[in-house]
Design a protein. Structure first.
Length: 136
């Protein structure tokens, strides 16, 4: 029996990190959490992940550096990026890639699960009937 996909949730805000991890864990995914870039890279080096969640607040901050580094070092891992801003001026090479999906906070749990399934399916939007609503 195959293991469920593994997701890494990177967020320095404890409550958001735990609640996001709980949403995807209850939907049947394996989840690891990292509070910062150092923890994230240790996990990325030691385990295989199918998807990474990243909270992006500032384009000049650590989160943006982390986004760029993950894209360079692990180009096949899709990224789900959360941001509080409706519009960010982000260089085209960062979020214009097909394996990067952008969600604006606050994020509904259903949106998270749809985005997860979409990225794990290579960018195809899943049918709503395939979303595990018990996990929401």
């Amino acid at each position: 029996m195959a293991l469920p996909p593994a997701i890494l949730v990177i967020n320095d805000e404890f409550n958001l990190r735990v609640s996001t991890a709980q949403i995807v864990h209850e939907a049947g995914y394996r989840v690891e959490m990292a509070e910062n870039a150092e923890e994230a890279f240790k996990l990325l080096e030691s385990q295989r992940f199918d998807l990474v969640f990243l909270d992006l607040r500032l384009l000049t901050g650590v989160e943006y550096f982390l986004l760029k580094e993950i894209q360079e070092l692990y180009p096949k891992i899709p990224l789900l990026v959360f941001s509080p801003y409706k519009r960010l001026e982000i260089p085209c090479h960062s979020l214009a890639q097909p394996m990067v999906h952008f969600l604006v906070k606050p994020i509904d749990p259903t949106e998270i699960l749809i985005a997860v399934q979409m990225l794990l399916m290579g960018g195809r939007r899943p049918e709503l009937s395939t979303i595990d609503r018990k996990a929401i």
